[in-house]
Design a protein around this ligand. Sequence first.
Ligand code: ADP
Length: 452
Amino acid sequence: ENISVQIPEEVMEMMKPFRPSESNYRNVTKRLELDMNMGLDPAHRDKACVKMFPSYVSKVPSGKEKGQFMALDLGGTNYRILLVTLKGNNAPPEIIESTYAIPEIKMSGPGEALFDFIAETINDFLKSKKIPDKTISLGFTFSFPCNQKGLDVGILTRWTKGFSATNVEGKNVVELLGVALKKLNLKVSCKALVNDTVGTLASCSFEHPDCAIGLIVGTGSNACYIEDLSKVLTVDKTALMKNAKFIIINTEWGAFGENGTLEDIRTKYDRAMDKNSLHPGKQIFEKLISGMYLGEIVRLVLVELIEKKLLFKGNLPDAMRKPYSFLTKYMSDCERDPPHLHYSTEYMLRNELLVNTIDSLDCKIIRYCCEIVARRAAYLAGSAIAVLINKMNRPTVTIGVDGSLFRHHPSFAANMNAIIKQFKNPKCEFRLKLSEDGSGKGAAAIVAAHSF
Ligand code: ADP
């Protein structure tokens, strides 16, 4: 391995716990499969970490859908409102959108204020875009775990990522939105609650009819897949569309490991990061994989290297004292440098973290740590995808993927591909496809496909 050239022995030793063996990863696939099967079984669902929520989406858009819809995208870094016009015949939709920033205080304050804020932004959007005042159907991409009872009913089981607004957990978020819309007399009617993974699958299915998995590797991580209806006993069949044969299952795999099944993978750095996070003990698998957390894990490693005088001659830069100051984006920057040059790494260290004395070994070490943490994330996400591929057992599957980490990290996709190949059934072919617009095109197409 040329990446370890000149890396001091002590650094390699410290990073060893971040390099699980093939059999460790294989065990992860076995435990995940067991947990998923429990989630699908009404008798064992309580004990499952991975809840396998039915999405009540039982039709995959074909690209023939037509009409004008609104879409909301709430769940990560950006909150967006979109007006989506589907043209039918696989033509690209016309999309008008606005991005709004959700003030920190709305994310953690009373839930009612959060939904009032959403309604206000919708009002602003309709006015500023001069959208005629007539009833319009809305697809609500809401990327948090919801126990759905129907396409337009979903109980938030818990906030994740950066959200913690009060009085929303345990409630039907479609209803909360409806109440807020009504206060402003808006003629917008939420017809579908769409997880971002489901929107991604739907959007990808326009170009790839064999798309059967939707994957997100962004702020958080989650996946959905198409399951035979006969295997899903947790679904209320009266709330499904007629003649449904399958249903998309939102795995909510981010919660995997909350019962201790990932302790052989987790390191002391993972545990320290988790302990100081907004939702300690929760979303253990997600915390090993996704963009919100990887940079912080690397920061904790680097701080220890500095304490041990293995980095920056033992001088801890002030900027690096602050939690989450080492952005996951920096990991992409470091890996984008060619192995022997460190332009981006140096630039980042100098200009973002304000380190003034940097030598090339420092850069090498940082890159090495970033690579190992990102590779573990990709291997874990890939292992989990292999479980879904094998579960569906189709001859070919396209996996629609969205999320900035997957999109921008230079080796994430390749590492995922490699481990999927290793663990999938040799009879199943697959491909990972970057899929954009899940929460716009995808959500609108789901509303269209399910309106009858
Ligand atoms: P979301 O998942 O919230 O919809 P994104 O897909 O944009 O939004 O993901 C945001 C996450 O991606 C953030 O946690 C951020 O750290 C991470 N991220 C942003 N840019 C990059 C990048 N260039 N390389 C790796 N990670 C990135």
